[in-house]
Design a protein around this ligand. Structure first.
Ligand code: AMP
Length: 468
């Protein structure tokens, strides 16, 4: 199938050709015709599936009749609104709109918090046809009367699950109340929690359901590996891994933003070029950290789950979970950063005894055990780690280092093909902890801050289907 088969107008076909896309991804093949028919959409898809073009291209086509080069703000009311949870995702969506819409005279802009309002206000007052926004900053602009949402025809909620996780529901409700009731609504979410279903019921009218697995399901391309290590050893193990595997670009995940800066600083002290990205940094600092990492000026980007959402790095070879996330779905989001664009990737988790239950949850979600080794088991790694520890006292001279045998791959892990950390049997189907008692593991259920969420779509487990 080609983009021409989807009845895209020539301006959009030229733009996608310029982007180098030869054919639509599965979500584009499904979403584009449905959006062009002005249907509401409930899309279950993650970043990496091509969903941005899936909603942006038909949105641009529906707005194309309004394209004009009049300087009058009245000729450019906001007709399409895209809401995203993070500034990074907002900026990426906005870039996509500009790229795909470059042959159309439609104005678009992006507004998010953490930067000055006046420049945004000026652009909004001049009139924009398409507005990408994070919810809080959009409401600030509404309050200042720099923008009116009374002529919105299409609203898109991107990564809706993450918006709810971040506590944006009250803001979203306020924004929806400002929109005309006659409108087209598109909701995209990586997961289908009860809250998302409730929001979808309120927001969408007989939506077309579109479910697609990741273009590259995590299980297919990503090699998972666990290093069992005491928490106190994690820093040394991490530094050793980066050096001994000669990693050039690695995204390291932590749970808490306050720990990101510290870890980045400690790595820099070890001579490893690291930088941190999290929501407490200014927008300029975040953009700088991201571009340093993307362009290879820093080897390590330390991030929280929220800060890393929407970050799109082609061919990222390594993701390291310095700490496991509290929800197994976040593990899938994290490793979704590697193994993209058909390239293999590695997801390495440093797991201390306290995290074994989190690991068991992840393995149940993946429906398989992750090969693991303790740092002590991996003799070569341990030796390398000891050497790393020594090297902190005395860095060997260059010629000494060059005589050392090069350590590349970690020694073969001891696979435990059938049993999870808590003894869960993978030959049985996965049922969330709230499911029937027969499918729950023998050990006590894990206490997690958030509820379980159905996840089959992330794992390529859904059969794609459209429902009208
Ligand atoms: P998204 O899921 O929207 O974040 O897109 C993920 C990546 O896929 C982006 O880098 C897009 O540029 C790329 N992409 C989107 N559509 C296509 C396509 N039809 N062919 C090839 N790459 C695409």
């Amino acid at each position: 199938m080609s983009f021409a088969d989807l009845n895209l107008i020539p301006e959009l076909q030229r733009a996608v050709a310029d982007e180098g896309y030869s054919q639509p991804t599965p979500i584009q093949a499904k979403a584009i015709p449905a959006v062009l028919e002005r249907r509401d959409i409930m899309g279950c898809a993650q970043t990496g599936t091509g969903k941005t073009a899936g909603f942006t291209l038909p949105m641009l086509q529906l707005l194309a009749p309004y394209a004009n080069s009049s300087p009058s703000p009245a000729r450019h009311p906001v007709r399409a609104l895209v809401l995203t949870p993070t500034r990074e995702l907002a900026a990426q969506v906005s870039d996509s709109i500009k790229a795909y819409g470059k042959f159309l005279k439609l104005r678009s802009t992006v507004v998010y918090g953490g930067v000055d309002m006046p420049p945004q206000t000026k652009i909004l007052r001049e009139g924009v046809d398409i507005l990408v926004a994070t919810p809080g900053r959009l409401l600030d602009h509404v309050q200042q009367k720099s923008v009116s949402l009374s002529q919105v025809e299409i609203v898109v909620m991107d990564e809706a699950d993450r918006m709810l996780d971040m506590g944006f529901l009250p803001d979203i409700r306020r924004i929806l109340a400002l929109l005309p009731t006659q409108r087209q609504s598109l909701l995209f979410s990586a997961t289908f929690s009860e809250e998302i279903k409730k929001l979808a019921n309120q927001m969408l009218r007989s939506p077309t359901l579109i479910e697609v697995a990741r273009r590259n399901a995590p299980a297919d391309l990503v090699k998972h590996q666990v290093f069992e290590t005491p928490a106190s050893r994690k820093h040394a193990v991490l530094a050793n891994l980066i050096r001994s595997r000669e990693m050039k670009q690695v995204l390291v995940f932590l749970r808490m933003k306050r720990d990101c800066n510290k870890l980045a600083r400690d790595l820099v002290r070890d001579g490893i070029n690291a930088t941190a990205i999290h929501s407490d940094r200014t927008q300029a600092e975040r953009e700088q950290a991201l571009s340093d990492f993307k362009e290879g000026r820093s080897t390590v980007l330390v991030a929280t789950d929220i800060a890393a959402r929407g970050i799109d790095i082609e061919e990222l070879p390594f993701v390291i979970n310095y700490e496991l996330p509290y929800t197994p779905e976040d593990y899938v989001h994290r490793i979704g950063r590697t193994g993209r664009a058909g390239m293999p990737g590695e997801a390495i988790s440093l797991v201390c005894p306290d995290e074994m239950r989190l690991l068991a949850d992840i393995e149940k979600l993946l429906k398989r055990a992750i090969p693991r080794q303790s740092v002590e088991e991996g003799a070569a790694d341990l030796a390398a780690e000891r050497e790393y520890d020594r090297s902190r006292e005395r860095r060997p001279r260059r010629e000494e280092r060059e005589q050392e045998p090069r350590r590349t791959a970690a020694p073969a892990a001891k696979p435990r093909p059938q049993l999870a950390a808590d003894g869960f049997d993978f030959s049985k189907p996965y049922v969330p902890a709230s499911g029937p008692a027969t499918a729950t593991p023998a050990s006590a259920p894990v206490q997690r801050p958030r509820g379980n969420r159905p996840q089959a779509a992330l794992l390529g487990g859904f059969v794609s289907r459209d429902k009208k």
